[in-house]
Design a protein around this ligand. Sequence first.
Ligand code: HEM
Length: 344
Amino acid sequence: MRAHVIERVLSDAQTFINGGAWVPPNIEGMAPFIPIQSDGELHRGYRSFIMPHVVGKPLKGAIERARGLAVGLIEGFRDKGTCDFTTDFAQHLPIEVFLSLVDLPSSDRPYLASLAEVVRMPSLEDRMDAFNKLHEYVARYVDERTANPGEDLISTIVNGTIMGRPMTRDEIVGECTQVLIGGLDTVASMMGFIAAHLAVNTPLRQRLIEEPRLIERKIDEIIRRFGVAAPARQAVADVEIDGVEVKKGDPVFVATMLHGLDDQRWTDPLVIDLDRSASGTDFRTFGSGPHRCPGAALARSEIILFLEEWLKRIPDYSLIPDQPMVVGSGSVTGVLSLPLQWKV
Ligand code: HEM
C-alpha cells in the first residue's frame, strides 16, 4: 500500500466509513469502540469530549506524572543490568497518562497493566475476559463520577450530550475504555521499536545523547519511521483504488506504517535521518482526516520523555542475542517483549 493510497482512503470519509467492518473483526458481543467505530455527526460529538483533555494543562499534568514514573522505573532496574523494556517500562507510561487524564491513583496501574497483557493474548476467551474486566473497571468509576463529577475526562463524558440527548451508560463506558486502549499498545509499541532500533544503531543513539535537544526537535522524523497502527474502513460504494476494485461493503485495512516507509515519498525511508529537511509532520503515523489521532500530542510528549530520561540513565544498552524481541500483529503492531541488557 503506497502513501498516496493511504492518503486517499483516510481523506475520503464519505466513501470509506469507520462504522462498518474492522480488521480483525470485533469479538462477537463486544460493544463498538467509541469514537473510532462511528461516523459523521455522532463521531464529531463523541470526539469533542476527548479533545479538551488531551492538550494544554491536562497534557502537561499527565506528562509530569509519567516522567516521574519513568525515572522511578528506570532507577528501579538500572542496577540489575537487564529488563524487559515492554513489561517493565513502556507499558506503564501510557497507563499512568490515562490515570492522570481521568484523575485516578497510580495504585490502579498494576491491575491495568495485567489486563493490558491479556488483551493481546491469542486466545479469544482470554481477550474477551480482559476486555470485560477493563469495561468493569471503567464502569465503576463512571458510576462514581456520575454521582460526584469532577473536571476529569470521565466526568466530561458522563455529562456529555450527543445529538441533543444524554450519552447512554454503554456509550460512556465504551468511550472511556477506548481512550485507555487507544493510547496503550500504540505508545508502548512505538517506544519498543525505537528502543530496539537505537540498541543496534550506535551512531544515531550517540548523536541523541550528545545533542539531547534533537530529541524534541526531530521527534517527528522518529515517529514517521515507526508507525504501528492499522485502522480499517468499509467502502460504502464500488470504487477503484490504485487499480484495485473495491466492492461496496468490503473492508479496507489501512496500514499507516507503510506511509512513512514508502520510497516513492521518502528518500531512504528506513533511515532515521536527523538532518532530513522535509519530514515535518506530513506522515500518517497518527492517521489523517476526521479520525486523526486525538492523542497525537500526548503520544509525542510521551516518546520525548522516554528518550530524554532513558538515554540519560542507560545510554549504552543492547539486545540480548538469545532472547529475541517478540512482536504481535493486529490493528496495532505490538512489541510484546523486548529483553535488553547493559553493563553495570
Ligand atoms: C504512538 C502512539 C499513537 C499512535 C501511533 C496512534 C495512532 C492512531 C491512528 C492512526 C488513529 C486513527 C484511526 C482511524 O483513522 O480510524 C488513532 C485514533 C485514535 N487514537 Fe491514537 N495513536 C496513538 C496514541 C494515542 C493516545 C496516547 C491516545 C489517548 C488519548 C489515543 C487515542 C485515540 C483515539 C480515542 C482515537 C479515535 C479517534 C477518532 O475516531 O476520532 N491515541 N490513533
